[in-house]
Design a protein around this ligand. Structure first.
Ligand code: G16
Length: 564
């Protein structure tokens, strides 16, 4: 029996504006009748607008398996069929990491993909859900597309779905045909969550070398009950032969076991403790959808994401993929420390500074201008796909380490600091604050900067002096597309650029506002770079930042929620 296409009248919902990476809202919001449908129809209207024959369109669907995903997948299948899409590639059980989806879009030359994730935000009925659209290059849609989706969501008055559709069994690999309205049909192809991604990794890394190296080290890899469980079990344990106790929290759970699936020192504190107390040589954790990573060494030595980027950037040619094609350049987001810039100074390659958000790396990667990119928010990746890639970062670390097996993670990082200098760095997050107060704080500081009203010199109470030499509201012109983006964070630079403080409001939260304060001091003296104390560099700078911004007065918070 075939079913018919149904046109459902609807009204716009407020606030369907994608943030730094997709639309993230509480599950309760997504559960409002029509909320998900409106946003999906807006995505389809925009992304299919110029397509002549929709039967040729392939879209990839998957996500981190969080609560509400099963319902969302069936809704999306029905809506794609009713919008006459020809072919859906759906992850088995709806589970596929964000980097793997990027790989599948590229491998299969798909038109794009819809990713169901709110990344590191908590899940479950009281947590968040999210939807993100990725384009045919495998990367997050750039601003002009997300702006168009948002504009569409504000005027939407109908969406299309099928009148009735049997539930598609997405646990069963293979092809399912959906027939509708006489001769209409759409193929739903359910694919393995890991296969295509693993094939790609095997073309990048020397798995034989990794296997030998992994047999000599004790690893502890925490999937945080997010999407990465099947990848860790299959790739780290099965393929590379790590001990079974290397893989922890590998069952994807719809609520991530009630935890915050964010790989940082606060939310992955269990792993940090296990590393401190155990005999492990290398630790790593991933977020809910597997694009973020945290790297730890023995005894819990924390590699900041900015240092991780720099160490990988320095040693990239140890990895077969880059040995073959050479390293083209580097990119980092504005608040990421300038450790990678120090590498670029030595290699003579260019380092681009972009706004926060992986989507800004897309055009540089597409144009072959950069090989590796990274962000302070635990994102590292390369031009093999167009998303940050947590497991890639882990295999890149292990590959590089395998070329200097007598070192530890810590000694690799210290050696790097000695050679290149160190950017002492920390991020303070003030989560879930009052939105209006945070916006007033940012506007007030922005005004002070624009009106040149910052003090010229500030003395911290522990005797350090900071001379303001530059302050601005960060804007960016994409060197490839010429597209301009403004208002991407406030930057104040001191002491000939050696110190920076930066303020941004997070674009990934779903309730309230989160202020991010980033603190950085470059140390070029190699002894001080290796043996200095982070606190001594950061504490006075933090005091200066709080004084200049009046953050505590505006937010009513006397301490950050998370310090990284
Ligand atoms: C997303 C983006 C990242 C970005 C991060 C910033 O990460 O993909 O490129 O750095 O948001 O978050 P915020 O705006 O909160 O500082 P994810 O892992 O949440 O997709």
């Amino acid at each position: 029996m075939t079913t018919m296409i149904k046109i459902v009248k609807t009204k716009p919902f407020d606030g369907q504006k994608p943030g730094t990476s997709g639309l993230r809202k509480p599950v309760k919001t997504f559960e409002h009748p029509g909320y998900l449908e409106n946003f999906i129809q807006s995505i389809l209207d925009v992304s299919l607008a110029d397509v002549k024959d929709r039967k040729t369109v392939q879209l990839v669907i998957g996500g981190d398996g969080r609560y509400y995903s099963s319902h969302a997948i069936q809704t999306i299948i029905s809506m794609c069929a009713a919008n006459e899409v020809g072919h859906l590639i759906v992850a088995q059980n709806g589970i596929m990491s964000t980097p793997a989806i990027s790989a599948v879009i590229r491998t299969r030359n798909a038109h794009g993909g819809i990713i169901l994730t709110a990344s590191h935000n908590p899940g479950g009925p009281h947590g968040d859900f999210g939807v993100k659209y990725n384009c045919s290059n495998g990367g997050p849609a750039p601003d002009q597309i997300t702006d168009a989706i948002y504009a569409r969501s504000k005027e939407i008055h109908r969406y299309k779905c099928l009148e009735s559709m049997p539930v598609v069994n997405v646990s069963q690999l293979g092809q399912h045909i959906i027939k509708y309205s006489g001769d209409g049909e759409m193929m739903v192809e359910v694919v393995d969550s890991v296969d295509m991604y693993l094939e790609l990794l095997k073309r990048i890394f020397d798995f034989e070398l990794l296997r030998r190296f992994v047999s000599t080290k004790r690893l502890r890899i925490d999937a945080m009950n997010g999407v990465m469980g099947p990848y860790v079990c299959r790739i780290i344990v099965q393929e590379l032969g790590a001990n079974a106790d290397a893989a922890v929290r590998c069952k994807p759970l719809p609520d991530f076991g009630g935890h915050h699936p964010d790989p940082n020192l606060t939310y992955a504190a269990d792993l940090v403790d296990q590393m401190r107390n155990g005999d492990f040589d290398f630790g790593a954790a991933f977020d809910g959808d597997g694009d973020r990573n945290m790297i730890l060494g023995a005894k819990g030595f924390f590699v900041t994401p900015s240092d991780s980027l720099a160490v990988l950037g320095e040693n990239l040619e140890q990895i077969p993929y880059f040995r073959g094609r050479g390293v083209k350049g580097y990119a980092r987001s504005m608040p990421t420390s300038r450790a990678i810039d120090l590498v670029a100074m030595k290699t003579g390659l260019k380092c681009y500074e972009t706004p926060t958000g992986w989507k800004y790396f897309g055009s540089l990667l597409d144009a072959g201008m950069v090989s590796i990119c990274g962000e302070e928010s635990f994102g590292t990746g390369s031009d093999h796909i167009r998303e940050k890639d947590g497991l890639w970062a882990v295999l890149a670390w292990l590959s590089i380490w395998a070329t200097m097996p007598d070192h530890s993670v810590e000694s690799i990082v210290r050696q790097h600091w000695r050679q290149f200098g160190r950017c002492y760095y920390s991020r303070y997050d003030y989560e879930n604050c009052d939105v209006e107060s945070c916006e007033r704080m940012m506007a007030t500081l922005d005004h002070k900067i624009a009106a040149n009203q910052l003090p010229k010199t500030i003395n911290s109470d522990d005797g350090k002096t900071y001379h303001v030499d530059k302050a601005y509201n960060f804007g960016y012109t994409d060197p490839v597309s010429g597209e301009q983006t403004c208002n991407q964070g406030l930057v104040i630079q001191f002491n000939d650029g050696l110190c920076r403080i930066m303020f941004r409001l997070s674009g990934t939260g779903s309730t309230g506002a989160t202020v991010r304060l980033y603190l950085e001091q470059m140390e070029m003296d190699s002894e001080k770079a290796v043996s200095g104390c982070l606190e001594d560099y950061i504490r006075p700078l933090a005091k200066v930042a709080l004084e200049i911004s009046k953050l505590q007065e505006f937010t009513g918070r006397d301490r950050p929620t998370v310090i990284t």
